[in-house]
Write a protein that binds this ligand. Structure first.
Ligand code: NAD
Length: 489
C-alpha cells in the first residue's frame, strides 16, 4: 500500500489493479476539508467488465466448491489487513472522519477480527444434510438438502462505517462461495480500494472472485441491481436508495438483501436510574457525530421526570465537543460532507419551526470554521410526530420525548416506519425483557447490553431492511437451498 498523501487508488477488475475509464475523483478529509488525493472513477464499461469477471470466476472455477481455498484466502486477507492496520487506521480517520478511538472497535479492528468468524463458519458448516429415506407419492427416495452459493453478489455500501460494512458483506459472501463486485460510497473510495490492493498483493483469491469498483456516479453502482449476470444485491444505505435497488432488481427477480435506515428509541422506564440512562443515551447519540444507523436517536422518558431527563442528556451531550478525529479523546468527529451538514442543519431548523427548543447545541460550533462539524444537540419540547422524531437525521441529534407508562413507551417506540434497533432501561430485568419482546426491531439493548458481535445477527424490521447481516444468519443470506431426491429400489 502507498502512503496516505497523494494516493491514487485503483479499481480491482478480474485480478488486476487498473485505472478507471471515467478518470479520477477526489476524496476529501471531512475534518479539514482538504482533498486527500484521488480515486479511480469507473465507467459503466468498467462495471460491466467487473460483473463479467465475477460471473466467469463463479461459473468456470472451483471457487464455490473449494472450501479449503476460500478459508485459506479469508485468513490471508485477515492477516494482510492486520499487518497493515496502522496505514488503514490513518486512511480511515482521514477519509471517514472517524474518531481514532472507534478504529479499535467497529470502525476497523473489530471487522478485521470478525473475518475469523466467516472462515470458521465455512470450515465447520454442514453443507449437506441427510433428510433420510421416505416414500412421497409411493416412491422410495433418499433425500439430501444442499446449501450452495447464490452466485455473483453485487455489494453496495455507505460511508459511515466502511470497513465494517464492506467486510460484513465480503467475508460471508466469499465464505459461502460467491464471487463479488463491491461498489463503495463515493465519499469513502479509499477504504474499499485498499482491500483491492491487499487482495491482489497478499492473497490467493483467484482473478475475478473479488472486484472493487469505485465511482463518483451512483448510476454505475445501480447497474449491479439491473444486470442479469448478478444473482444477488447486498445493499446497505438509506431506505430511499434501498427502494430503488429493490425496484431495479425486480426485472431480473434478484435476491435483494437490504440493511437500511433507522430511528431507534431508547426507553427509560419509571424505575430506572434516569440520569445514568439519559447520559448513556446522549453519549451514544454523539459517537461518530451520530452517523450510525442503529443509534437510538429518540430518548423516551417518563413524563413526570421529563425536565430532569432533558437536563441529564444535555449535561452529557453539551460536554462533548466536536473535535479532531485524530485526538484519542474525541468521541464526536465531523460529518462526512457539507451536504450532510446542511441536511442536519435543516432538521435542526425544522425542530425550532415546530416549537422545539435546544437544551444544548443547535448548529455549527463557533470555534470551528473548517470541517463539517455540528454540535451535539438535545431537542426538547416535541412529541413523536415531529419531523426530527420521524426521520433519520444521521447527525449528533437526540430528541427527548415523554411517555405515560410502559404501554405508551412501547407504542412510541413502534410508531415509526423504521424498526432497526432499540434500548430499554429498567431496574427490573424481567419488566425490561417484556418491553424488549414488544419492540418491533431487529436488535435490543437491555440495560446496556451489547448486541454487536460477529456471531450475532444484525438487521431491521419494517422499512429498516430485509435480511440479516453477521452471525450464522448473515452467512446463510448468501446461500441457496437445493433439495436432491434420489430414487431407491
Ligand atoms: P445512500 O443510500 O445515499 O448510499 C448508499 C450507497 O448506495 C452508496 O454506495 C451510493 O453510491 C449507492 N447508491 C446511491 N443511489 C443508488 C442507486 N439508485 N442504486 C444503487 N446504488 C445507489 O446512503 P449513505 O448516505 O451513503 O449512507 C447513509 C445511510 O445508510 C443512512 O440512511 C443509514 O441509516 C444507512 N445505513 C444503514 C445501515 C444498516 O445496516 N441498516 C448501516 C449503515 C448505514
Amino acid at each position: 500500500m502507498g502512503l496516505l498523501n497523494d494516493r491514487q487508488s485503483q479499481l480491482l477488475i478480474d485480478g488486476k489493479l487498473v485505472a478507471g475509464n471515467a478518470g479520477t475523483f477526489p476524496t476529501v478529509n471531512p475534518a479539514t476539508e482538504e482533498v486527500l488525493g484521488v480515486a479511480a472513477d469507473a465507467s459503466t464499461d468498467d462495471m460491466g467488465r467487473a460483473i463479467e469477471a465475477a460471473r466467469r470466476a463463479f461459473d468456470d472455477t472451483d471457487w464455490s466448491t473449494n472450501t479449503e481455498l476460500r478459508v485459506r484466502c479469508l485468513r490471508q486477507l485477515q492477516e494482510a489487513l492486520t499487518k497493515h492496520v496502522e496505514e488503514l487506521r490513518e486512511i480511515t480517520i482521514a477519509e471517514v472522519g472517524a474518531p481514532v478511538m472507534l478504529t479499535s472497535m467497529a470502525q476497523l479492528e473489530g471487522p478485521i477480527a470478525d473475518l475469523s468468524f466467516c472462515a470458521d463458519t465455512a470450515e465447520s458448516y454442514q453443507w449437506t444434510t441427510d433428510a433420510g429415506i421416505a416414500s412421497p407419492m409411493g416412491i422410495k427416495t433418499k433425500r439430501t438438502i444442499a446449501r450452495e452459493a447464490v452466485g455473483v453478489v453485487g455489494a453496495i455500501t455507505p460511508w459511515n462505517f466502511p470497513h465494517q460494512i464492506n467486510l460484513a458483506k465480503l467475508g460471508p459472501a466469499l465464505a459461502a462461495g460467491n464471487t463479488i463486485v463491491l461498489k463503495p460510497a463515493p465519499d469513502t473510495p479509499w477504504c474499499a480500494a485498499v482491500l483491492g490492493e491487499l487482495i491482489s498483493e497478499h492473497t490467493d483469491i483467484p482473478a475475478g472472485v473479488v472486484n472493487i469498483i469505485t465511482s463518483s456516479d451512483h448510476a454505475v453502482g445501480a447497474l449491479l441491481s439491473k444486470d442479469p449476470r448478478v444473482d444477488m444485491v447486498s445493499f446497505t444505505g438509506s431506505t430511499n436508495t434501498g427502494r430503488a435497488v429493490m425496484a431495479d432488481g425486480s426485472a431480473t427477480l434478484k435476491k435483494v438483501f437490504l440493511e437500511l435506515g433507522g430511528k431507534s428509541a431508547f426507553l427509560v422506564l419509571d424505575d430506572a436510574d434516569l440520569a445514568g440512562a439519559c447520559s448513556m443515551s446522549a453519549f451514544t447519540a454523539s459517537m461518530h457525530a451520530g452517523q450510525g444507523c442503529a443509534i437510538t436517536t429518540r430518548l423516551v422518558v417518563p413524563r413526570a421526570r421529563y425536565d430532569e431527563a432533558v437536563g441529564a442528556a444535555a449535561a452529557t451531550m453539551g460536554s462533548i465537543k466536536p473535535g479532531d478525529p485524530t485526538d484519542p479523546g474525541t468521541v464526536c468527529g465531523p460529518l462526512i460532507s457539507s451536504r450532510q451538514r446542511n441536511r442536519v442543519q435543516e432538521y435542526l431548523d425544522s425542530a425550532t419551526a415546530e416549537g422545539g427548543t435546544f437544551a444544548c447545541g443547535g448548529g455549527r460550533p463557533a470555534d470551528r470554521d473548517t470541517g463539517y462539524f455540528i454540535e451535539p444537540t438535545v431537542i426538547a419540547g416535541l412529541d413523536n410526530n415531529a419531523k426530527v422524531a420521524r426521520e433519520e437525521i444521521f447527525g449528533p441529534v437526540l430528541t427527548v420525548i415523554a411517555h405515560d407508562g410502559d404501554d405508551d413507551a412501547v407504542r412510541i417506540a413502534n410508531d415509526s416506519p423504521y424498526g432497526l434497533s432499540g434500548t430499554v432501561f429498567s431496574a427490573d430485568e424481567e419488566r425490561a425483557a417484556g418491553i424488549a419482546a414488544r419492540m418491533r426491531v431487529g436488535t435490543v439493548n437491555v440495560n446496556g447490553g451489547v448486541w454487536y458481535s460477529a456471531d450475532m445477527p444484525f438487521g431491521g424490521y419494517k422499512q429498516s431492511g430485509i435480511g440479516r447481516e453477521m452471525g450464522l444468519a448473515g452467512f446463510e443470506e448468501y446461500l441457496e437451498t437445493k433439495a436432491i431426491a434420489t430414487a431407491k429400489n
